[in-house]
Design a protein around this ligand. Sequence first.
Ligand code: SF4
Length: 378
Amino acid sequence: MENFKKDITKREFIKRCAAFSAGVTIIPKALYGSEELAEEQASGRKEAMFQEETARGIMCRICPNECVLKEGELSKCNNRKVIRSKLYTLAYGNPCSVNVDPIEKKPLYHFLPGSRAYSIATAGCNLVCLNCQNWTISQTSPDKTRNFSLPPEKVVSEAGAKICRSIAYTYSEPVTFYEYAYDTAVLAKKAGIKNVFKSNGYIYPEPLKKLCNVIDAANIDLKAFNEGTYLKLSGGKFQPVLDALKIYLDSGVWLEITNLVVPTWTDKSEEIYRMCKWLSENGFKNVPVHFSRFYPTYKLEQLPPTPVDILNKAAQIASSEGLNYVYTGNVPGSEISDTKCPGCKTTLIVRQGFRVAENSLKDGKCPKCGKSIDGVWN
Ligand code: SF4
């Protein structure tokens, strides 16, 4: 962070500090010049997958926004454009954020605990969440961010060199840099490196099923549990996210779910109860659920952080509905971030922040009662 202080205004410095705390690296112009940090922004162009010609223009079939674009128009996610009658992604090989993170930060608690994830994001998102933590990169386009030049093969080699067991497509919205993530995941898989998606789950079945062939784990945000709130809070529809969750579950990709509990928006016990009941009745009992604490940000800066009591209550509701692995997130010192055996309640994994302090699992089983604990442990 120290280097970033040079040659920037106070305002810019504060902006970067905010982005840094959200786990995002923004590359200042002053640091350009090395081989790794390319000036060339146009290199992110590649013909898009799942495009269809219609009478109204070129339609993108990746997500339920179904953008139909005419020549030169930019998509809702800010990183697709029609150029000479073809749809192109502008987010191929040009991530604006590159970090090595603990896998717990995604959060993925039952997937290679204590391992490192080589984490990348390009600019752009297909939703417009009022509470977006990473809005400085999600609500803009690749030509407005400072980018690395990092083609898929280089992501894989860098991940290997940095002893990362997985590559995480994260921070902004990987659905919108689908081609880049997909091609990278194919190469990573061949190299024995796992692939993980941190996503809003706003994706159509066909591209998702294709993606599930090459990724190993996903943490999907379930932002609310009713259509009206989904639309107002994030600008998206509710049902497609439920459909995507079912596809992930059936695909064999390791799945975890995050629900950000936003005061006055998604903190009602009755709604949390309906969400947990749905999860319980639809085969998600062994899918870890993370109730995450909201901190004031972006367009919801006027709200207070989520009271810890509300998060604890949400966890209680989830457990009483039969969900076996329930966590609270962004609550320092909470025991609800530890993994307990659903059988005998022995504490198996102790976490301090994103660090695994203790892990007593034996071959994926509880050492006390022998119960198999759901997850990918090796
Ligand atoms: S991925 Fe982007 S371009 Fe495609 S439909 Fe969604 S918002 Fe539109």
